[in-house]
Design a protein around this ligand. Structure first.
Ligand SMILES: [Mg+2]
Length: 288
């Protein structure tokens, strides 16, 4: 067997909102002590990898930037590869983290004035919404934006009516918080898709691209890797698609009863109460 690794989805597995899932910190330390490579992945596009390092650190979990794959960084990486050698322009719907990663990847952002969530436009003429008249974006990339406005959607539409391609960080309809669900990135993306008639190419899970890239960078083969997630249609689906071992943690969205009705590709190999119970899976796998 090669180097073994476990990829943990973050929201609903390692933490819920800003609250760490009980016992997970200790479980991660145990895994590392056993020599298992511990990696993190999230469809969340609002933060840079560095910001996730900080967030984990506040919960007492030590992680390096390279151990984290988030969709702000992941979208920038994917798009950099797609537009390699071209001076491409971006129109971004998202929060500071997505703007920062897209900027760091060397793209010119035509609506830079909207970075940080400012609404930017006050009138209702289509020409006023483009972000920067005369510079047509090559692509629109859309992540979660908790200050999403009609004006931002109108701006995206202006570029999409010309030549821009449409990309989404993820299609997650909702965002779990300690007090319940909020509209997710997929709900924001849905408005842009509806208005433009264009279907976005979704870069985050359940697309396997970023997960396979994450494993490759750490020299881990899919067959020697586990994915621990809380959503059947996204996490378990992507793990199964990649040929990884799939583990459902019941600390987030999916409940035990949801598994029975899940389509075949979305059924987990194992179910645990939370990621604090990784030992049960390791014993079955004979990794313990
Ligand atoms: Mg999750």
């Amino acid at each position: 067997m090669g180097k073994s690794g476990i990829v943990f989805d973050m929201d609903g597995v390692v933490f819920v909102g800003d609250t760490p899932v009980q016992g997970v910190r200790g479980a991660l330390m145990d895994l590392r002590a056993k020599g298992v490579c511990v990696l993190f992945m999230t469809n969340n596009s609002t933060k840079t990898r560095g910001a996730f390092v900080q967030k984990l650190r506040r919960m007492g979990i030590v992680a390096r930037r390279e151990e984290i794959m988030c969709t702000a960084y992941g979208c920038a990486f994917y798009l950099r590869r797609k537009y390699a050698g071209k001076k491409a322009r971006a129109y971004v719907i998202g929060e500071g983290g997505l703007f920062e990663e897209i900027r760091n990847a060397g793209f010119e952002i035509v609506n830079e004035s909207l970075a940080g969530g400012k609404a930017g436009f006050g009138t209702a003429d289509a020409e006023d919404f483009n972000g920067n008249a005369g510079r047509i974006a090559d692509f629109v990339v859309c992540g979660l934006d908790r200050e999403f406005t009609y004006a931002k959607a109108a701006g995206a539409l202006w570029h999409l009516q010309r030549k821009a391609a449409l990309f989404g960080a993820n299609a997650d309809p909702t965002l779990p918080t300690e007090s319940g669900l909020l509209p997710g990135s997929g709900s924001v993306l849905a408005m842009v898709e509806k208005a433009s008639g264009k279907k976005a190419f979704v870069i985050g899970k359940p697309n396997a691209f970023l997960l396979l890239e994450h494993l490759k960078r750490h020299r881990i083969k899919a067959k020697d890797a586990l994915f621990v997630g809380d959503r059947l249609d996204i996490d378990i689906a992507v793990a199964n698609k990649c040929g990884m071992h799939s583990v459902l943690a019941l600390s987030g969205i999916a409940k035990r009863k949801d598994v029975k009705n899940a389509p075949e590709g979305c059924k987990p190999q194992w179910i645990i109460k939370s990621a604090a119970h990784m030992r049960e899976v390791l014993e079955k796998l004979k990794w313990a």
